[in-house]
Design a protein around this ligand. Sequence first.
Ligand code: CO
Length: 435
Amino acid sequence: MENRIDGLMDFLRKSVSAFHAVDALCGMLRGAGFQELKECARWSIAPGGRYFVTRNQSSVIAFTLPERGFAPMQIVASHSDSPVFRIKERAEVEVQGSYVQLNTERYGGMIMSTWLDRPLGIAGRVLLRMPRGMESRLVDFGRDAALIPNLAIHMQRDVNENCKLNAQVDMLPLYGDVSAKGRFEAEVAEIAGASPEDVLGRDLYLYNRMEPRLWGPGDCYISAPRLDDLECAYTSLCALLEAGESDHINLCCVFDNEEVGSGTRQGADSTFLSDVIGRIAGGLGADGEALHAALASSFMVSADNAHALHPNHPEKSDAANRLLMNGGIVIKQSANQKYTTDGVSRAIFGEICRRADVPVQHFANRSDMLGGSTLGNISGAHVSIPSVDVGLAQLAMHSSYETAGAQDVEHMVRGLTAFYRAELRVTADGSYSMD
Ligand code: CO
């Protein structure tokens, strides 16, 4: 268990951007003997094989094939991105001949105040000119590179009553004094190992440099940047690696752009998953009829973190379906199908966890509050597979430093491993066998 927590903390440290998160996941997959496929090349896949493929360097799908060839699929989906600040194209803003700020904009919906007064790093990818084209390279400043200072209470006496922050006015990070003018692009190029004129494009983001930490009695809590949803990305991949051989196809999907609606080429609302499934079917010689039958017998787990009961605001949770950190895997339900869970999928996933001795707990929003949308129903629009929405209980979702239960990491790995190992078969519409 300690190893698993150490592994998660190490993964969180490396995953300073969605690109870095996917790079770290690919490293785990290569280490476990998975073979990398390219979307732009013909696939040659074989029964019993283990593969992965990326899109935009920020989404990845890994899968394992059974010896018997094409078969129903058991899928876990999570997301690689978190709410952050993106650095705009003309990055430097000079303030009164005194300071150089970085020009940023919001990506996703973060709690902005949590980005104030802490050392920030800068990371992402740059596109470099090469003799015959261009090449993408991941970069990380690897130092405390910027900071967004609060305004002193003496200059805003009502700050504790009216904390309003404007993304353009209050949130631009300080990069250096005026002597740093013109330095930013040079620093980006230097870190990429190129000259500034050879940097053709970039996707760079701020990140919180605070370290992941365990705390509380018996180290029961983990606090870290980007727990939503890298905790589920990491634990789902651990489960895929742990599960070993099965009689069906297991897929582990980590999609980018969940925080901005998933509508990109590499998001859950793209053809990435359906393309991969189609190519697996084609590669194993399955025809359209076999594909449809397999899809109808498949099952998806959408894994994204959920809101724990807040110690200062218990009234924000539902009267009975409230979550405790370390209370086990969360199954989320909503009448309006904001979550994909229904009686059938709840029964299947709950039973898999019960057999594996993994605790589960149930989440519903207060009836007068809307929840967020999830990957489940977005992917479901492209591949119609019965699905359950799950997650782990956490506090301060979309803060730059979030808190979850340390024991839940192991709960999720064990629960998802049991899911990947279970042989689910439809016996009648709505009924299943599970061996
Ligand atoms: Co999330």
